[in-house]
Design a protein around this ligand. Structure first.
Ligand code: NPQ
Ligand code: MG
Length: 368
């Protein structure tokens, strides 16, 4: 393939309710879509960067800038473009994994559509539906939290993840266990809000039989996580720290995590995400698919990944209506707590033009 042109499309997607984490409150998702056009096929990739560099150092305006000025021009030079050639062609530019992931995903989608192959099959999926969990934000009160968790369980979600931060950790876990019982699959996510000095507070969570605690410490504190692991029984799962297959291998070897959250955007794309899956499988480390408030486009691709054999825990691959009243694709709907893996070529789903146009705030074409 050869790149003909690339569209950078910005969307404004209001959330159904504010989503609060230890790093901030999100009320509107600032989405960037990368849309590649070749002579043979078109493809879409969703960039998971947020408007502000709070979850990670990347942010949407920065992603647009690096795509426009460096990443798209580097691919435009290639006469035999395919998905596996994208990362090597972009490797001379440091970082910007979310921007690179979106571009690689769009090329991968186009290539697979051209070949008539579903992303799930290309990645090695072994399931046609995946069990789903839901991530529940920090709330103003425990009552509000219990209402929200109750509604998600009524909808069929199979696992609950509570966002935590200092001052909102043991209390919400106690309340959810008391209301919904010891059997509820329950985990927590701190988004790097603690330090090793908080180990005794975090160890209080050991009493509640959590599946895992996700990223309690800083992104670059892998050794700290290994030390924390020796001070508590709850399995540590890393999210922000796992930026590549090498980082995953290092963290596992150091004893910093017993479980890994895989988010393709965070690691530079679906091909690196599969390598992390393979590294974890080789070490007997369970993985699950994270979420970044994706639209249906990003959700579709995540479901293909979550169908791989090592994804043995329910992911944050929630239904469309967890985040959006109106998705830009056919909405993903929960059936018995599961979402179906799209079966069509590429990511298997397209944006609905009217729905897409209704939320588009800008579009620019990078002509190579
Ligand atoms: C996590 N996701 O696992 C992330 C954090 C997160 C579903 O908990 C805008 C962009 C808002 C990215 C909010 C879930 C976000 C975001 C939360 C990522 O750590
Ligand atoms: Mg997380």
């Amino acid at each position: 393939m050869k790149l003909d042109r690339v569209e950078l499309r910005r969307l404004r997607m209001p959330l159904v309710s504010p989503f609060r984490t230890s790093f901030g409150i999100e009320t509107v998702r600032d989405v960037l879509l990368v849309h590649v056009v070749t002579a043979e096929a078109e493809g879409w990739g969703e960039c998971v960067a947020d408007a502000a560099p709070a979850y990670s150092s990347e942010y949407v305006d920065g992603a647009v800038d690096v795509l426009r000025r460096f990443l798209v021009p580097a691919l435009a030079e290639q006469d035999h473009l395919n998905a596996t050639s994208v990362a090597p062609a972009l490797a001379r530019f440091r970082g910007h994994r979310m921007a690179k992931a979106a571009l690689e995903t769009a090329v991968l989608d186009a290539e697979l559509r051209m070949r008539g192959v579903p992303l799930s099959r290309e990645l090695g999926a072994v399931r046609d539906r995946v069990p789903c969990g839901v991530s529940v934000g920090i709330m103003d009160s425990v009552d509000e939290l219990l209402d929200a968790v109750g509604r998600y369980l009524d909808e069929g979600y199979l696992r609950i993840k509570l966002k935590i931060e200092p001052g909102w950790d043991v209390e919400p876990v106690v309340a959810v266990r008391k209301r919904f019982g010891a059997e509820l699959p329950l985990q927590v996510d701190a988004n790097a809000a603690y330090t090793l000095a908080d180990a005794s507070q975090l160890a209080k969570l050991d009493a509640f039989d959590l599946l895992l605690i996700e990223q309690p410490l800083a992104e670059n504190d892998v050794l700290g996580h290994a030390r924390l692991a020796a001070l508590m029984r709850t399995p540590i799962c890393l999210d922000e720290s796992i930026t590549s297959a090498r980082a995953a291998a290092d963290a596992i070897t150091l004893g910093a995590c017993r479980i890994v959250n895989i988010k393709p955007g965070r690691v530079g794309g679906y091909l690196e995400a599969r390598r992390i899956h393979d590294v974890c499988a080789a070490h007997g480390i369970p993985v699950w698919c994270g979420g970044m408030l994706e639209t249906g486009l990003g959700r579709a691709a995540n479901l293909a990944l979550a169908a791989l054999p090592g994804f043995t825990l329910p992911g944050d691959t929630s239904a469309s209506d967890r985040y959006y009243h109106a998705d830009i694709t056919e909405p993903f709907v929960l059936h018995d707590g599961h979402l179906e893996v799209p079966a069509g070529p590429g990511i298997g789903i397209e944006p609905a033009q009217d729905a897409l146009d209704a939320v588009t705030t800008s579009s620019e074409w990078c002509a190579p």
